[in-house]
Design a protein around this ligand. Structure first.
Ligand SMILES: Cc1ncc(COP(=O)(O)O)c(C=O)c1O
Length: 384
């Protein structure tokens, strides 16, 4: 039977198109996936363990790593392990994928949103300083588009006020701060391997954390609260003492990730090349600002390229006529009614200024350097 699934409102396939996002699948996976499909393990098996080891070695040497079914699973697991409970006060990013904050609603935590820093659209450290009280338990922050927040400043706040730091690195795989992996700067760091991220397993995620004592609990809560190793030994005592979830990664997903990780350098090198072309061409245009990291002591992993313009809608419509896909991607989370009951504060002047101005332009392996010149020159022509 023919599927009714349509990718509207994505671009029509006729003529050349410039997609905003595109999944990256390593060529080697087409073959290696057959091996997994013919094996005993297609759910969570040995490849998940292998992936955790390879990932730890590459991005989180000083942390423990637990692979899960999505970035959202990893966030929920982080909040549970951080012991965030009903009515606990947490500071979170106003501007992010809703997935950063929605698991806090499962718990019933009290949310204080941090306004954006106009330079990066990451959380404003100055605003966070004003939001911290004796009741604050954790700061949750996202590295928007691949650009790390000021991780040293956040650590100063952590130490001064005895808080936990939970880092949403869904968009910042491999980003660094002062040449160190970002995983060094937070108690918990989560990653997403959803379809359009740097590396993907269709859906997948990973939680990394510093406190090694949490490893057994993390593994149990990932899988119903059951100690899987004991169970597989065939001598499992049949009791579950804590509520767990079904948050594990599968070997099918792990195979895709292991293959793609080998190409991580190629993926990010290309993304940087495209980003640098946008920067070079768009910086000539006084009507546009490109969110950039120049002069900050960090390494961007270039997941998004975001521009700021007073004529967003006009630009978007013109670009669509050229088959160039753009989008806001994320919206300020206080616009969603689900947060109303949980959010304490309401004023966000920096976000108010940017709300109608930010736009994300295509940045992925399907965009060639020639495409990047075409896209950025088109933007300059439309907004001259
Ligand atoms: C910043 C951010 N946090 C969390 C998530 C959630 O990840 P997942 O879709 O893997 O659950 C995403 C993306 O989807 C994201 O962009």
């Amino acid at each position: 039977m023919k599927s009714n699934f349509t990718d509207f409102p994505l671009l029509e396939k006729k003529n050349k198109t410039y997609p905003l996002f595109y999944p990256y699948i390593a060529k080697s996976s087409i073959k290696s996936m057959q091996t997994v499909l013919k094996s005993r393990w297609i759910g969570q098996g040995p490849l998940v363990d292998d992936f955790e080891k390879v990932f730890k070695n590459k991005f989180a040497k000083n942390n423990e790593c637990v692979a899960v079914g999505s970035g959202t699973d990893a966030l929920h697991l982080a909040f549970i392990l951080a012991n965030i409970r009903k009515n606990d006060e947490v500071i979170c990013p106003l501007f992010t994928c809703t997935a950063t904050n929605i698991p806090l609603l499962y718990i019933g935590a009290k949310i204080k949103f941090a306004d954006i820093d106009p330079k990066t659209m990451n959380v404003s450290i100055e605003h966070i300083k004003k939001l911290i009280t004796k009741k604050t338990k954790a700061i949750i922050f996202v590295n928007y588009g691949g650009v790390p927040c000021d991780l040293e400043e956040l650590n100063k706040l952590k130490n001064k006020h005895n808080l936990l730091l939970i880092q949403d690195a869904a968009q910042s795989l491999g980003s660094k701060f002062k040449n160190k992996d970002i995983t060094n700067y937070a108690d918990f760091t989560i990653f997403s391997f959803q379809a359009i991220k740097h590396i993907t397993s269709g859906d997948g995620g990973l939680l990394s954390f510093k406190d090694k004592k949490l490893l057994d609990a993390a593994r149990r809560i990932r899988w119903f609260g059951i100690d899987r190793i004991k169970k597989q030994g065939g001598t499992w005592e049949n009791d579950i003492k804590e509520v767990g979830y079904k948050y594990q990664m599968t070997d099918l997903g792990a195979r895709l990730l292991l293959d793609t990780l080998k190409e991580y350098k190629k993926i990010t090198t290309h993304r940087k090349k495209i980003f640098d072309i946008y920067k070079k061409i768009l910086s000539k245009n006084k009507n546009i600002k490109i969110l950039d990291t120049t002069n900050l002591l960090l390494t961007n992993s270039h997941w998004l390229c975001t521009i700021i313009t007073d004529k967003r809608e006009f630009l978007q419509k013109k670009l669509r006529k050229l088959n160039i896909e753009t989008n806001q991607v994320h919206f300020r989370n206080d616009r969603y009614s689900i947060f109303d009951k949980f959010v304490i504060n309401k004023k966000f002047p920096n976000m108010d200024l940017y709300e109608d101005k930010y736009l994300v332009i295509p940045l992925n392996h399907k965009i060639s350097t020639k495409d990047a010149y075409f896209i950025s020159n088109s933007i300059n022509r439309i907004l001259k």
